[in-house]
Design a protein around this ligand. Structure first.
Ligand SMILES: [Zn+2]
Length: 427
């Protein structure tokens, strides 16, 4: 045991090393990198359309491989196309600290969703080289394949196949709308990136940290540049169905009408009341409603609609679900089925503390925050100690060409990321 003193920590980087590394993070180099990457799949309106495993995705990857090699990293890929850029530490046998995100975008994407976490990770490699600070563990920047899932569902294919290799076989046969499969596109990777050695899926990691734009309005509202993400909220999806009797809109009197849509809207309005009365973190969305037969002059005989329910705590999700079920049960013949459940995923407390300590040491304000969206980290959290660093999103906007974060905030988040990685690589 170390004695209680001002220098209680015998391991971990010195505060001088942490500051030297943070200083070596170059705001303008980071800004250039983000813009350079955004040129692959650039849209006319300033946004990015770089869907997974497209030519633009491959060209972007080639650009990043060459760049990372220039910073002294070695490149590896695995069988789902995840790319790793590795710089060795003093102990070649230690498990690596890994940071990164995804490089694919939505068709209407901006320059930052995913790309920021990739560019920040590569900037960490550049800052490690420039500062010359020592680290025991290897540090790797990673690009996870197909997080968005818009071309090849489901999303987070790369991260989930990495942590659960049994999923790979099912993913390979997935086809896009033109019938091109993941397997066909990945065979192009083998040809195009024959200079990049392969490694197996599922390698153990010491830790994973992902930098990402918030994609929500909270950090901007409180005016704080860094969010220490506590976890990803839980999600439950439901299908609700109501039935009635199709009948003539004009000749069926009030007392004789059995209207499926009247029941569905009664359920929906009670559900919105539940939502309004719940705590601020409760989210309820009715995003899709189908009315049959869907004719202007026929009383609806069947209505189905979706409910998306989210909250960071299981107990709240549980009670919201049971209220929703009793609302549905109050309408004659209405049914509800849960079709998907993603439990809340809390991030590792040591990683959260390491991020918060890194921000404090650098004098950077940071607040705890929950993630409203899914991320690659959701899958990594079951595989290695995992955490996320958020930076503000102007107007909370994402999956939109106008996605924007001040370059100063992007660099601030990268400094906290770098300091966190250094601490974890010297634990
Ligand atoms: Zn993303």
């Amino acid at each position: 045991m170390t004695a209680s003193s001002t220098n209680q920590t015998t391991r971990g980087p010195s505060s001088e090393d942490v500051r030297a590394l943070a200083t070596a993070v170059d705001e303008h180099r980071l800004g250039r990198l983000i813009n350079d990457l955004a040129a692959f799949g650039a849209r006319d309106d300033g946004g990015v359309n770089r869907q997974a495993l497209t030519k633009d995705d491959f060209r972007g990857r080639r650009f990043l491989i060459d760049l990372a090699r220039g910073y002294g990293a070695t490149a590896h890929q695995d069988t789902i196309g995840n790319l790793f850029f590795r710089v060795e530490g003093s102990d070649p046998h230690a498990l690596p600290v890994v940071t990164g995100s995804h490089a694919d975008s939505q068709p209407t994407g901006g320059k930052l969703d995913g790309a920021y976490g990739v560019c920040a990770a590569i900037e960490v490699l550049a800052a490690l080289r420039d500062s010359g600070v020592s680290h025991r563990r290897p540090v790797e920047a990673v690009i996870w394949t197909n997080e968005e899932g818009c071309r090849f569902p489901p999303g987070s294919m790369g991260a989930s196949a990495f942590t659960d290799p049994g999923l790979l076989a099912g993913f390979l046969g997935t086809a896009d709308k033109d019938g091109i499969t993941v397997e066909e596109e990945l065979s192009a990777v083998v040809a195009d990136f024959s200079d990049v050695p392969s490694r197996p899926l599922g390698a153990p990691l010491a830790a994973f940290v992902e930098a990402h734009i918030e994609q929500g309005p909270i950090l901007e509202a409180v005016g704080i540049p860094v969010g220490v993400v506590r976890g990803i909220q839980g999600t439950r999806w439901f299908e609700v169905e109501t039935t009635g009797v199709a009948a003539h809109a004009g000749s069926t009197p009030k007392g004789a009408r059995d209207d499926a849509l009247r029941k569905a809207t009664a359920i929906a309005s009670d559900a919105y009341r539940l939502f309004a009365a719940g705590d601020d973190n409760l989210r309820l969305t009715i995003g899709r409603m189908n009315v049959a037969p869907g004719s202007i002059n026929v009383i609806p005989e069947r209505v189905s609609f979706s409910v998306d329910l989210r909250h960071p705590e299981t107990a709240t999700l549980e009670s919201a679900e049971s209220t929703l079920r009793s609302i549905v049960a109050s309408q004659d013949g209405a049914t509800i089925a849960r079709v998907m459940e993603m439990p809340p995923t809390p991030f590792d407390e040591v990683i959260q503390r390491t991020i918060a300590d890194a921000a404090r040491l650098l004098g950077i304000p940071a607040v705890p925050i929950d993630s409203g969206a899914f991320h690659d980290s959701l899958h990594l959290a079951g595989h290695a100690p995992t955490g996320m660093v958020f930076v503000p999103s102007r107007g909370g906007l994402s999956h939109n060409p106008n996605e924007y974060t001040d370059l100063t905030d992007l660099a601030t988040g990268t400094r906290v990321l770098a300091a966190t990685v250094l601490a974890l690589a010297n634990d």
